[in-house]
Design a protein around this ligand. Structure first.
Ligand code: 13P
Length: 255
């Protein structure tokens, strides 16, 4: 893979509850990132807080959203288009997160969202992950199916803008069954690369960033980046804790 910076992504989910708190967390992270190099940090706040980026200009701090709608414009009450997000300075969008899939997001809609993001020149962070693992390896077919559906119609030239996030559902959130291991991630990274190489070619597979998400914290972040060879991390809970998130960023810078 090309020598790309590690991608450290904050998924704030439906937090924090106030504009003031969002501004505080964001500006603390922004000032921590001053003079930092060799890392790309993406903050994905809820839609009402996307304005926070306007105040800070920093080359390695990027704005992401947690969802997007696939239609361009029109009568779609409650939805937000990729071009609106782009207009707000959004460079990344999380698509297909398991928490959205649980709310009814389908593989077909995820595919349309990836295509509309790419068209608007926003980089999709395409999440895949199984609910549980089985000894017969059916979870691998499940991941393959998610990848095939999600990438349908994505041109080879567009693939360099796609980030694939492996987030095993069993390792996410405070009710996680357990943490994943760096080896489990590494195996999945190889599997995802193989699926992408079969769909496109090896070069395309080598050039995309495959990142890990699920209970990432300052104690396990380095092992996913180093032993697991993750190209980045998608952080939930600890991304709202400035101290912990800064530690995770520091670990990736030091690599
Ligand atoms: P946690 O880091 O809180 O487990 O959340 C992971 C996640 O869902 C990131 O998208």
């Amino acid at each position: 893979m090309k020598d790309l910076n590690k991608l450290i992504i904050a998924n704030w989910k439906m937090n924090p509850q106030t504009k003031k708190d969002a501004e505080i967390v964001f500006s603390k992270i922004a000032s921590f990132l001053k003079n930092k190099k060799r890392v790309d940090v993406v903050i994905c706040p809820p839609f009402p807080f996307l304005f926070i980026k306007d105040k800070i200009k920093n080359k390695i701090l990027h704005l992401g959203s947690q969802d997007v709608f696939f239609e361009k414009e029109g009568s779609y009450t409650g939805e937000v288009s990729a071009s609106m997000l782009k207009n707000f300075g959004t460079e990344f969008v999380i698509v297909g997160h398991s928490e959205r899939r649980d709310l009814g997001e389908t593989n077909q809609n995820i595919n349309k969202k990836i295509l509309s993001s790419l068209q608007a020149k926003i980089n999709p962070i395409f999440c895949v992950g199984e609910k549980k693992r089985d000894v017969n390896g059916f979870y691998l077919s499940f991941i393959k199916e998610q990848l095939h559906f999600g990438l349908e119609g994505v041109a080879k030239a567009q693939m360099k803008n796609v980030v694939i996030a492996y987030e095993p559902v069993w390792a996410i959130g405070s009710n996680a069954l357990r943490e994943a291991t760096p080896v489990e991630f590494m195996e999945m990274k190889i599997f995802i690369k193989k699926v992408v190489a079969d769909l496109y070619d090896m070069k395309t597979a080598n050039d995309i960033r495959i990142i890990y998400g699920g209970s990432v914290n300052p104690l396990n972040a380095l092992s996913f980046l180093k032993e697991g060879e993750a190209d980045g991390l998608l952080v939930g809970r600890d991304s709202l804790n400035v101290k912990k998130f800064s530690q995770i960023i520091n670990l990736s810078v030091a690599l």
